[in-house]
Design a protein around this ligand. Structure first.
Ligand code: MF3
Ligand code: CO
Ligand code: CO
Length: 269
């Protein structure tokens, strides 16, 4: 039995996390009209950076972020295109018709972190790319919908895994969701695979992300020489969505919401 210490948020923390979560989601709303054919991922980064500093007065948590064993991350968000699984570094690459891209933002407001990502389709996506993105979105939501006091972390992972694999896709194992608050990444680790009824029991006041990475092909990944960019080993497409979620007395509250956040999927019972 592994024991982890998960800090339960105070009412004041929760209010701070609501604000940070909303700002992160609003940043994606702001970026959305710019995510079009011909724009470079570096331009998206620069727009986001300026919006955070000048409009939101937030701090980009990823910029110079350096977990143990990593060089400092050089940008204010992550842009993961097509077969890039996560942590893609923005640069000169132009987005083109048919690409899919995950944009992952983390803002810090008054010391609290809001972490969310969405998929974007450039022009008209292929049927396969659209389906992968939709299945990943529904997988995330199905996982979130298991969250309530007394449920286990394994319920989230098992639900996500079962749904993604039932569509012939695979779950990336090496990266997971995470507790979040005054720290960017804290306990617990939220795996996107697992067995129901296992793992940490959820309690009101816990806040963590749910952020499944789903590959169209095999689950294996590789890290590029830049030390950050994670790609599928088989070069298959990969998708990811992310929300920051609070465990409430009743169930859950998604904190990374704003006017432009896509609604929960209609899920056939
Ligand atoms: N936002 C990512 C997450 O969801 C972390 C990115 S860390 C970075 O946890 F350094 F790659 F930016
Ligand atoms: Co995260
Ligand atoms: Co993120």
């Amino acid at each position: 039995m592994t024991s982890v210490s998960v800090n339960l948020k105070s009412p004041e923390d929760i209010e701070g996390m609501r604000v940070a979560g909303r700002l992160a989601s609003e940043l994606l709303d702001y970026l959305t009209p710019f995510v079009k054919p011909g724009v470079t991922t570096g331009e998206i980064n620069d727009l986001a950076h300026a919006y955070m500093l000048d409009v939101q007065r937030t701090v980009p948590a990823t910029l110079h972020y350096a977990p143990p064993g990593h060089s400092p991350y050089p940008a204010s968000l992550c842009t993961s295109v097509n077969h890039v699984v996560c942590h893609g570094i923005p640069g000169d690459k132009k987005l083109k018709e048919g690409d899919i891209v995950n944009i992952d933002v983390t803002v810090i407001k008054d010391g609290y972190h809001g972490d969310t990502s969405r998929m974007f389709q450039i022009g008209r996506p292929s049927i396969q790319a659209k389906r992968l993105s939709e299945v990943t979105y529904e997988a995330m939501w199905r996982g979130i919908m298991t969250v309530r006091p007394g449920a286990h972390l394994g319920d989230i992972g098992a639900t996500i895994q079962r749904f993604a694999e039932s569509h012939g896709y695979s779950i990336v194992r090496e990266f997971c969701g995470h507790g979040i608050g005054r720290q960017f990444h804290e306990e617990p680790q939220v795996l996107h695979y697992g067995r129901p009824g296992t793992g940490l029991k959820l309690q009101p006041g816990m806040i963590f992300t749910v952020e499944p990475m789903v590959n169209a092909g095999r689950p294996g990944i590789r890290c590029l020489a830049d030390g950050w960019t994670i790609v599928t080993a088989d070069h298959s497409l990969s998708a990811q969505w992310e929300h920051t979620v609070l465990v409430t007395d009743e169930g859950f509250e998604v904190l990374t919401v704003s006017a432009g956040a896509p609604p929960p999927p209609a899920i056939a019972a």
